[in-house]
Write a protein that binds this ligand. Sequence first.
Ligand code: ADP
Ligand code: MG
Length: 621
Amino acid sequence: MTTDAKTGAIEFQAEVRQLLDIVIHSLYTDKEIFVRELVSNASDALEKMRYLQLTEKEVFDENLELEINITTDETAKTITISDYGVGMTREELQENLGTIAHSGSKKFLEALSESGQKEASLIGQFGVGFYSAFMVAEKVSVYTHSWSQDGEHLCWSSDGRSGYEIEEAPGQRRGCKVVVQLSEEQEEFCKSARIREVLENYSSFVPFPILLNGERINTVEALWLKNKSEISEEQYTEFYKFAAKAFDEPRYCMHFTADAPISINALVFVPGENVERWGMGQTEPGVDLYCKHVLIDPGCKDLLPEWLRFLKGVVDSEDLPLNISRESMQDSALLQKLKQVVTKRFLKFLDTEANSNPEKYEEFYGRFGRLIKEGIATDHAYREQLAKLVRFESSMTESGKSGSFSDYVTRAVEGQEAIYYQIGPSREAIEAGPYLEAFKARGIEVIYLTETIDDYVMSSLSEFEGKKLVPVDREDVKLDELDESEREGESMPEEEVTRLCTFLKEQLGDRVEAVEPGVRLLESPAMVLVAEGGMSPQMRQMMKAMNPGEAPPLNVKLQINPRHDLIHKLAQASQSSPEVAGMISSQILDNALLSAGLLEESKDMVERVYAIMDAALSKDG
Ligand code: ADP
Ligand code: MG
């Protein structure tokens, strides 16, 4: 922060200048948004005041109504928004209006620099708060006195370019009075009718009286305390936009009331988008905790499990003591109870939605499925309920369509005790590999998973309705023997198989634990299986990422298909041209490792493939 001694001007932090530049020059076509932002700040300040009144004795300007006054002046070309909220001290003015300390705007900037100009529409989804006033203003002045007795009477002002000034301004009431001096092109906003129109759109849920030029324009009601049947779809949507400070439409809305074991009125929303998918870092918890209308803790951290951080809305409980402090609340048994009830209800709600409208649920899952999986991996308490909500493609779904574990179980073959899955980079890659054929031949479904966290999720879950979850590349997968008639090709004599396995093991050395004939193979010549006690390919990758240079041992077995033509030929070549057979052995292993997602290094392979080509061409010539 630089201060100019002569004028008392203070420079904005660089990020603020950057933000202002974007706000003023490109961002919104919808300039009226600034009214909503300033009213929302006034409302936040009043909420904080209402809470402080419960806990603090010494309050400046004590007997003021908790309300918002808006006045327009067509002669002076101003709009003024004042509240009797908590106000700001000199330090708070500098911190809150001169730097970007709060995460919302910071993330906004990060997202913008990551996505570049082309995603400007995405940016329209975010409010940029106080600074939006500069879309319409030549100058903004904030007159204020903090709720604290020893605060000063101050005026912060800026033209939104390089910096701001803070001067003494005697005679302020408690709270903030924001005077927006409108620029010439934006004079429409000093007309009462225009502002009324904007407020009617945006401010119907502000929980404090709003007066426009002395006339009351909203009715204060806590929507979540009303009866479902009295609330329209539009009201829910408008409330979502107000409560979540959102610009999109909610995807789901759950409204419920309970009396036992604890009194709860909850109105929670799933937003349209999961912004974490846009690389915006972790979302802050978005459900506010109320007690009888009074906001106790906005974005309450301990109200819901972390993996439900995408939810927005309100939970109100009469059973909470009003004067509870935010610190002591964290370990309160009541809060634990609230958490349990709301979480369970929400999971049940999702399950019902998933069954009654699968298409809609699939869209939800595409965006928020990661958080469901995160819940399974991190939160033992809700694992079973969460498992019902997981969706995946499989060898029995069409590409792009998904099913659930319950669907899988109904399709299981008689006597099937496990649920099988394969993790791979894509449906195509999984289907091209050697693992599926054994399952297909037996009519057994295999789940396809394609996310890095899936390995961790599946091992955390470990079973569904008593059936173990088993990856297809494990050695210990036991399948029924197939009839001879179902197999193609002739098997080599047993001694020859043994001899070839010994040859392969000699050639491959430590790269494999063992080489053996595989009963699971049908069309592919070979595959690798993760030996018992061995690490899954995904786990291995993670370990390697954490300790580069220290690759954990592979622990794989190579299985060959004694009926496969290539294997027959390899057996012959191992005697007639052992050198080429040696190269081909290594290549068979590399191919199998590749299918398993275990091939780490392609340099040797490329050289070897050239050598094999060379041998093939020399022979033909
Ligand atoms: P946000 O509301 O998302 O925190 P804003 O840019 O809208 O971001 O506001 C920045 C900060 O300025 C607020 O967090 C608050 O601390 C302070 N502030 C803004 N308006 C008021 C007001 N009317 N009364 C008290 N503090 C305010
Ligand atoms: Mg704000």
